[in-house]
Design a protein around this ligand. Sequence first.
Ligand code: NAP
Ligand code: ZN
Ligand code: ZN
Length: 395
Amino acid sequence: MKMQTKAHYKSEIPEKKKEAHRRTNLRRGSLIPAVPRFGGNNGHDNHDATGIKAYAAQSAAASLGPFAIRRREVGSLDVQIEILYCGVCHSDLHMVRNEWEQTVYPCVPGHEIVGRVTKVGRGVKKFKEGDLAGVGCIVDSCRTCSSCQSGLEQYCEHDPVQTYNSKDTHLGGVNYGGYSKSIVVDEAFVLRVSDKLNLAAVAPLLCAGITTYSPLRHWKLGEGKKVGIVGLGGLGHMAVKFARSFGAHVVLFTTSPEKGADAIRLGAHEVVMSKDQVQMNQHLNSFDFILDAVSAEHDINAYLNLLKVDGTLTLVGLPQKPLGIAAFNLIGHRRQFAGSMIGGIAETQEMLDYCADHGIVSDVELISMDHVNEAYEQMLKGQVKYRFVIDMESL
Ligand code: NAP
Ligand code: ZN
Ligand code: ZN
């Protein structure tokens, strides 16, 4: 996921940058031999013994397949992690298929990483060999801007280094994510993981978990608040769990009638079929807050109309195309339309600790690495309950 607010949609990506990406992609495309192959992060083939097994997409139209990558040597503040599980986020799919028009190939996705520490640098204080550890969507930031100083590294004014498809600040070129056997990350961006929870089910907390926990905390949702969650996918099901756990009255909006019973089991008080106008009308002007976690085009106005005076609709979903908003739907009730992106490192740790204390994890389906392409197709059809997680032992 490269969800940089400055360069998200096609119209906002500087032409020069797009051309540079296109050229790089063409250059790399012409080098692609049959898989498996080895690739250094600088885009040149690297046949040395440091090849680490991974899965990559070589172009927007290609399936993911075996690939080998290089990771940097462990620096004094670095933690090397053997990846045990990696969640499959819809952002991985958007990125692999270049739906945000910023993907650099080969692309190794994955930012819901849980594993075991295999080596630490001399200056590392938080971790030792053998510890459990997690890595989410960001692996570095400038650390000095006002956002970084306030624990909001995800909004770093110089752009955070995302876990994949970002500039590799150590090896050059583009960096690679968690669909791989191991990763090396500065300890400041590595999270502590409790051994109390099922590790595979913890992995999705690193993105789906924090992306929903953060806005629910920021807008102070809890007892006495009516909260809507739109879309019961990876993010949506975590949002339902958190909103319920925080004490809010939770209403789940879905396009999938068969998910109704699950939504109640996961913690929703009510379920609304969003295509049923009668059901939707029963909730007009009544919500304090709605979190929209839909991955595709949909009518956002239908949800704005459900907010009461001063209510907020916050977008976390990242559809490929811009959403149209009717101005009257905002001004009528002084409604607010907002967005939110993952969470900072301290808040991610807070969320993981909260989950350990309250026994909250993701509902997952464990898959082998070679099932990932099929998993993408199933995710597109909404056929996942509710997050695929790759067992890295299968790689
Ligand atoms: P997901 O598991 O595929 O869930 C998306 C859900 O959206 C589906 O389960 C479905 O729910 C609903 N949906 C799909 N197509 C729809 C359509 N055409 N109309 C209406 N509803 C539709 O995806 P995810 O991993 O949760 O990610 C959701 C979105 O959040 C993605 O765009 C992803 O890139 C983005 N994301 C953002 C952040 C952030 O920091 N803001 C972080 C991670 C992911 P129902 O079947 O219940 O209708
Ligand atoms: Zn994600
Ligand atoms: Zn910064």
